[in-house]
Write a protein that binds this ligand. Structure first.
Ligand code: FAD
Length: 444
């Protein structure tokens, strides 16, 4: 059955998805008095339950590893795990509250620099986003025991260890280390707050609606087609559609809608967690990633992974999860992944990627050894990707107004970032969305 919503001017804009990009653009446009329809595939989950809703895709990365590299860095041969959340708030709900200002002080190819190279300026919006998310540095007096140990060891080795900026209210935070479940203390910002605000300002939200196509005629957007919770096909009409379905789903919707060149520059901001045995480290119960040490295209930060203990046990280490300490190594991977219409992803781990991992791994091991970790207990998890992007990049699929070849069809999520930043992207995506909201508002 096909259900058609009424006249063409019902909605000033339709926003697809409620992640960092979608929730922000919907909130800002509604605040400006625009009539907005939000179509979201998922629904609202209970805080504390989000980790159960994490979707994981396993990807066998192509590589040219030598036999020695396969032996010494076995973790590079495991499938990469790519994660996202498809519920109200998108993947922001599982974030650790890390806020990166994407400036070139840390990494010369930061998102701000990539945009600047294309004469695109989102500086004003970045400041607005930072103010709205109440970004602050994690105060030193609140650092946990293991965070302090890692910071001290890094300092002694001559690395510059600094507090991580966070969109966490430290008066409410209980430092439980469970941000990834969705904050139960109302301390961490996520997209669900902006969705609620958008609805308060008058936006209409339809949950459980899976958009599959943007409808267009003569190069102009006319609406959106998808399937509702009752499995009925439904069409909504508007002259402006903002696709914010995330870097995995946005390219599929765009390809379905006949847009070319999509999905060809995919990156993940690949990471691994390197850890080992330290009696009663208890990192698991601290606020994760409280500090960081920057090394250009990659950084290191305290991180606990559930995979570390089983890997340590395989090496004969007797420990409990309280005796595990670790460091995340996250880097800007080469953006040469591809995603097809069915969502199949292909990606190669290049020599540049591998050399960067080796470099970061050695530094992480030095820190762990300095703070007293038993060398024989050191392990590294499989590679992971939690920041997919690049699949509808500015300059390739959208222009500097984030508009595609179809008039009125905008993209506003991590897809538009041209190359891997190797850094937490939420704050920048919120800034991009604030820019898109201004551009769309002017077009109405
Ligand atoms: C465990 C974890 C921790 C992280 N921590 C941080 C952090 O501390 N700081 C940071 O900056 N980044 C962090 N990230 C990364 C960050 O969460 C994501 O990069 C960012 O949220 C992506 O935002 P987005 O707007 O591009 O899309 P997404 O979050 O992917 O949102 C897309 C939205 O679209 C909806 N959708 C998808 N398909 C459809 C469809 N067909 N129809 C309708 N709706 C659809 C989805 O349900 C979702 O709501 C973390 C990621 C993970 C997995």
């Amino acid at each position: 059955m096909l259900i058609l919503s009424g006249g063409i001017e019902i909605y000033d804009a339709i926003v697809i998805g409620t992640g960092a990009g979608g929730s922000t653009v919907a909130k800002d446009l509604s605040h400006l008095g625009r009539k907005v329809l939000i179509l979201e595939k998922g629904s609202k989950q209970r805080d504390g339950s989000y980790v159960k809703h994490m979707k994981t895709k396993k990807i066998d990365l192509k590589n040219n590893l030598s036999p020695e590299e396969k032996r010494d860095y076995e973790f590079l041969t495991y499938p990469l795990e790519l994660t996202n959340i498809e519920e109200i708030g998108g993947t922001t709900t599982a974030s650790i509250g890390n806020a990166c200002f994407s400036c070139s002080g840390c990494y010369t190819n930061s998102i701000m620099q990539q945009f600047e190279d294309k004469n695109l300026d989102i500086f004003e919006e970045l400041l607005e986003a930072s103010g709205e998310l109440n970004v602050t540095y994690f105060p030193k007096k609140l650092w946990g025991h293991s965070t302090q140990l890692i910071a001290d060891a890094g300092d002694e080795l001559g690395y510059i260890v600094e507090p991580m900026p966070k969109f966490i209210n430290f008066e409410k935070c209980r430092f439980c280390g469970k941000c990834v479940n969705g904050c139960v203390y109302d301390a961490k910002w996520d997209g669900t707050y902006f969705v609620s605000e958008a609805v308060e300002y008058g936006a209409e939200l339809i949950e459980g609606f899976n958009v599959f196509e943007i409808l267009h005629e003569n190069g102009e957007v006319v609406g959106v087609a998808g399937i509702n919770q009752n499995n009925e096909k439904h069409v909504f009409k508007s002259k402006r559609v903002i696709v914010s379905a995330g870097a995995i789903n946005t390219p599929i919707i765009l390809k379905n809608s006949g847009i070319k060149n999509v999905g060809g520059q995919m990156f993940f901001d690949i990471f691994t967690t390197i850890g080992g045995y330290l009696k009663d480290a208890n990192l698991k119960n601290e606020l994760m990633m409280g500090v960081k040490a920057e090394f250009g295209p990659y950084f290191l930060s305290p991180h606990y992974s559930m995979q570390l203990l089983p890997l340590m046990e395989r090496k004969g280490v007797e420990a409990t999860e309280n005796d595990v300490i670790g460091l995340m190594l996250k880097f800007a991977d080469t953006c040469i992944g591809t995603i097809d219409l069915e969502g199949n992803i292909e990606k190669t781990l290049t020599k540049v990627d591998v050399d960067m991992i080796k470099d970061g791994y050695e530094k992480a091991v030095k820190i762990l050894l300095k703070l007293g970790v038993d060398e024989n207990s050191i392990v590294a998890t499989s590679l992971k990707g939690a920041h997919p992007g690049g699949t509808a990049a500015v300059g390739e699929v959208v222009d500097n107004n984030f508009e595609s070849e179809i008039n009125g069809l905008y993209v506003c999520d991590a897809s538009v970032i041209p190359e891997a930043p190797g850094r937490p992207p939420i704050l920048t995506i919120v800034a991009i969305a604030k820019k898109v909201a201004k551009i769309v508002n002017q077009s109405i």
